[in-house]
Design a protein around this ligand. Structure first.
Ligand code: ATP
Ligand code: MG
Length: 650
């Protein structure tokens, strides 16, 4: 069929399969046989991880309790403390090892050892107890990326309080919603956060949120930016709270299934959900994945550039790396302050070896221009990773060549707030990579692609991404709303977890993530994923980033509307517009040619950096725009709307 759209894998050529070097493979933590072993006995696999990686106060005898699906329990008679696992058990062996090389945006730095961190956590834990925080109480945390942030998470974990971290860029309404939803008793915030050389007053936002959040009894305030703030008798300075506290705080003995934290999803698709994670299974999954996926060695300098306000930061800045005794870099500020090369300067300064970031950041680096990268010595890097969105093959290639110097394996990791840990990913050294593919399910993970009826789609086909087996770090529920938990994740297909994403599997069994199921476009009877068209656009030299939506069209049902950000130095023109349409036509097929293309300086993004296609669809269909306050860059929406109205079509 002439107009049959080609699939994404056809965009690839033979030479775009990247096997690991022999040297990397020989030294890799994960050997290829781990897949067979885990598949043969997945409960045995997770049991082995749990017993080998976690220090239990009481070892579990039960692995999986599936007596009441989908309310699964893992290691349910085990007892442990997560903060003990991240700190205390390391003190005799690596107490003086740096846990965090912390870099402040203004240029100040701290090297925090495991012993230092243990002490800070003990003091804050005792401080929180002195405020009346008890096991099971909820503590909201609203901070920038300061050392007190991981300390706060660990202090809660130590005393059995449930933390709810709210990203330190959210508005007072977003903060209030989250505090109220789980009735937090204490809020830990700061005077302000450094943001691109300026101060964002966290305390002002928090004060506003507290007007409608009566559950909060005390507010602990970290001094960071020294801006003027209002003060009430609920407020207490962090440094005053911890000043006279002992550094010794007995870790609370927690059941494996006690909640560890609540984290609200980033809200790309609407009202955020309070995802609940528990202790033993979570720690098992994240320590296993962190070790295998990042191939962690004792002398690595690991850097996950996410914010701790997102699940990536919870799992792969705080709990995973600390449980595994890693040395991490933690950076407070913006990637473009004071210059567009800030991150590469830090990589060079600290001889970073493992670097984990988001496709949205990679596309920004491409847009800013190669010169900011090439002027730094990045030769210390040995492994790269991505998370958060599908990575377009061209962005993958750029990352591989410019950042990785052509020698670093890339782990494209698919997972969600709900999954707690990485689910689909290459194991570096054990799996050949292909640009744009997250490759294979992690050992023991039962990922599958199914059709409308829930039948597995044969290799080569596309459909809905599901999990056929429970996994240790799975969410346990949506806070206070078991019904919504069942409806959202377990009702679409029987006995399967429905992730909400579309995926394809190629002939080698590799997974290609196609974006959210809601975003799939139906063009003249063909399903076309936004990701495929976006990747085709990004594969053109002039394009840094693209977002595509299907808008209502009287003839074809839906028509493809594209929004394109050009690479540094390139100007938009009618010729380029025509060229891009043809480029998509020749890479995927004429049917996938965008009907309209709007050039824009930026795309609307959530605060975690994900493209908000929902809003672009509203713009394309000239609908009244919904709430834009959760956007990182709300101004751009008006600009795109204006351009969109006057854009040419044919
Ligand atoms: P909400 O659920 O509130 O709409 P969200 O889904 O953006 O927000 P997260 O849990 O942070 O919140 O993001 C998980 C989603 O991110 C996945 O479902 C998937 O759509 C996307 N994603 C994450 N990693 C990858 C990846 N490596 N490849 C493709 N997509 C990814
Ligand atoms: Mg989601």
């Amino acid at each position: 069929m002439a107009d049959q759209p080609k699939t994404l894998e056809n965009l690839l050529t033979e030479d775009r399969v990247f096997p690991p070097t022999e040297e990397f493979a020989a030294a890799a933590n994960a050997k290829p046989d781990v897949y067979e072993k885990a598949d043969a006995d997945y409960l045995g696999f997770w049991k082995e991880q749990a017993l080998n990686r976690v220090t239990w106060f009481k070892e579990p005898t039960v692995i999986l309790d599936d007596s009441n699906p989908p309310f699964f329990k893992w290691f349910s008679d085990g007892e442990l403390n997560v903060a003990y696992n991240c700190l205390d058990r390391h003190l005799d062996t690596i107490g003086d090892k740096v846990a965090f090389h912390w870099v402040g945006e203004p240029g100040d730095t701290q090297d925090i050892t495991y012993r230092d961190l243990h002490e800070r956590v003990g003091k804050l834990a005792n401080g929180l107890k002195s405020l009346g925080v008890e096991k099971g109480d909820r503590v909201a945390i609203y901070l920038g990326m300061v050392p007190e942030l991981p300390v706060a998470l660990l202090a809660c974990a130590r005393i059995g309080a449930i933390h709810s971290v709210v990203f330190g860029g959210f508005s007072s309404d977003s903060l209030a919603d989250r505090i109220q939803d789980s009735s937090c008793k204490v809020l830990i915030t700061g005077d302000g956060a450094w943001r691109r050389g300026g101060v964002f007053s966290l305390k002002d936002v928090a004060d506003e949120a507290l007007k409608t959040s009566p559950s909060v009894e005390k507010v602990v305030v970290v001094k960071r930016t020294e801006n003027d703030i209002a003060w009430s008798d609920k407020d207490i300075w962090y440094h005053d709270l911890v000043a006279d506290q002992s550094a010794e705080c007995e870790p609370e003995v927690m059941n494996a299934e006690d909640p560890l934290y609540i984290l609200y999803t980033s809200g790309t698709t609407g009202k955020p959900k309070g995802i609940v994670h528990t202790q033993g299974g979570y720690l098992t999954s994240i320590s296993t994945t962190h070790d295998y996926v990042f191939d962690l060695k004792d002398d690595d300098v690991y850097w996950c550039t996410a914010d701790i306000g997102w699940v990536t930061g919870h799992s792969y800045i705080v709990y995973g790396p600390l449980a595994n005794g890693a040395t991490s870099i933690m950076y407070e500020g913006a990637p473009n302050h004071p210059g567009l090369d800030r991150l590469w300067q830090i990589v060079e300064d600290y001889k970073c070896t493992i670097f984990y970031t988001a496709p949205t950041a990679i596309r920004a680096f491409m847009k800013w221009g190669d010169e900011h990268v090439t002027k730094h010595d990045l030769s210390s890097l040995r492994l790269l990773g991505t998370v958060g969105e599908p990575i377009n093959p061209e962005a993958w290639m750029w990352y591989h060549e410019l950042i990785g110097g052509g020698k670093c394996p890339i782990v494209d990791t698919w997972w969600q707030t709900e999954t707690g840990a990485i689910m689909i990913t290459p194991l570096p050294g054990a799996v050949d990579t292909k640009p744009g593919s997250a490759t294979k399910p992690f050992p023991g993970v039962g990922a599958d692609v199914v059709d409308e009826e829930g039948n597995s789609v044969p290799w080569g086909g596309g459909g809905f991404l599901v999990m056929r087996r429970p996994w240790p770090s799975m969410l346990r529920t949506i806070y206070g709303d078991d019904r919504r938990y069942v409806d959202t994740y377990w009702s679409r297909f029987e006995n399967m977890y429905f992730a909400g994403d579309g995926a394809k599997r190629d002939e080698d069994g590799y997974f290609w993530l196609l974006g959210r199921v809601d975003d799939v476009m139906l063009i003249a009877g063909h399903n076309i994923s936004t990701t495929e068209v976006e990747s085709a656009l990004v594969s053109h030299d002039a394009v840094a980033e693209a977002a595509v939506v299907g808008r209502a069209d009287p003839v074809t049902g839906q028509a493809i509307a594209a929004f394109v950000t050009l690479r540094g130095g390139v100007e938009g023109s009618d010729e380029l517009l025509a060229e891009l349409r043809n480029h998509v036509g020749s890479t995927i097929g004429p049917i996938a040619k965008p009907k309209s293309i709007v050039f824009t300086a930026d795309l609307p993004k959530t605060r975690s950096g994900k493209i908000m296609r929902r809003l672009l669809k509203d713009i394309s269909e000239q609908r009244q725009l919904g709430d834009v306050t959760t956007l990182a860059n709300a101004d751009i929406v008006q600009e795109i709307a204006a351009k969109s109205a006057s854009s040419s079509e044919d």
